[in-house]
Write a new protein. Structure first.
Length: 252
């Protein structure tokens, strides 16, 4: 029997054109596809011989238990199958890859990584901005608003870093995170929300930190979305007096 393996594959933010050639080859070779909730469902067309198992995980919704997903990967890999675990965005960024790698390696299962474009970068591309614009910041920080124990980051400390903040899983607590950031940053700091980045459902809001929560809620913006904060975001705003704060755009 051929030895099986697990490929942890980043499916990107939703636009299948953003998949790498390596991802397409891995999908074509898959015997079993474990499909994440946030991945474009049409990705299954690139894995014609695979058995598809949907293992959705999404904040605020009933989710497939992580332990069960890991057992599925181990079971099929030990049967000699090529298992492709499809994750929305980038595998190694807020995708629980660390615990899956440790679990599978402990079981003697070979693990490969195929990177994908994270939604934070897709959001920046949609806004037409550089997250590391040297006139505005000294770097970029990718952070989740939800820790494993459901606590929030130290927003005051993050705001003091002088970096562009790219915040994942923050829409359910957008009021508390903006309040925390404004302990350090002025309310006039440019900020944005991009929902469903790169897809036909994409919606964008460009405003400032003080108005972000109110305007995002008024626009009905919710998960999945990326929140971006920092002076670099101002590059998306053009002439401030002429900007419509609610911007909606749809991918071609």
């Amino acid at each position: 029997m051929n030895p099986g393996k697990v490929i942890l594959l980043g499916a990107g933010p939703g636009d299948l054109d953003l998949l790498t050639l390596k991802a397409a080859k891995a999908l074509a070779a898959a015997d079993v596809l474990l499909l994440d909730e946030l991945a474009n469902p049409e990705i299954v067309t690139l894995a014609p011989q695979a058995t598809v198992i949907r293992v959705g995980k999404r904040g605020g919704c009933k989710s497939t238990p992580q332990a069960f997903i890991q057992k599925l990967m181990r079971r099929y890999a030990l049967q000699g199958k090529v298992v492709v675990r499809v994750k929305g965005g980038e595998v190694l960024l807020f995708g629980r890859a660390g615990e899956e790698i440790a679990y599978l390696e402990a079981a003697g299962v070979t693990v490969e990584i195929v990177n994908g474009i994270t939604s934070g970068l897709a959001a920046a591309a949609s806004l037409g901005i550089s997250l590391t614009h040297r006139e505005h910041c000294r770097g970029v920080t990718f952070v989740t608003a939800h820790a494993q124990d459901d606590s929030e980051p130290d927003w005051h400390a993050l705001a003091a870093t002088g970096t562009t903040l790219v915040i994942y899983m923050g829409m359910s607590r957008i009021e508390s995170l903006t309040d925390g950031l404004m302990q350090t940053l002025p309310a006039s700091t440019p900020a944005a929300v991009v929902q469903w980045a790169s897809t036909k459902k994409e919606r964008r809001l460009v405003t400032n930190l003080g108005a972000l929560a109110t305007k995002a809620q008024a626009a009905g913006l919710g998960s999945p979305a990326i929140i971006l904060v920092g002076d670099a975001i101002g590059e998306a705003m053009g002439e401030a007096t002429n900007v419509d704060p609610i911007q909606m755009a749809f991918a071609a």
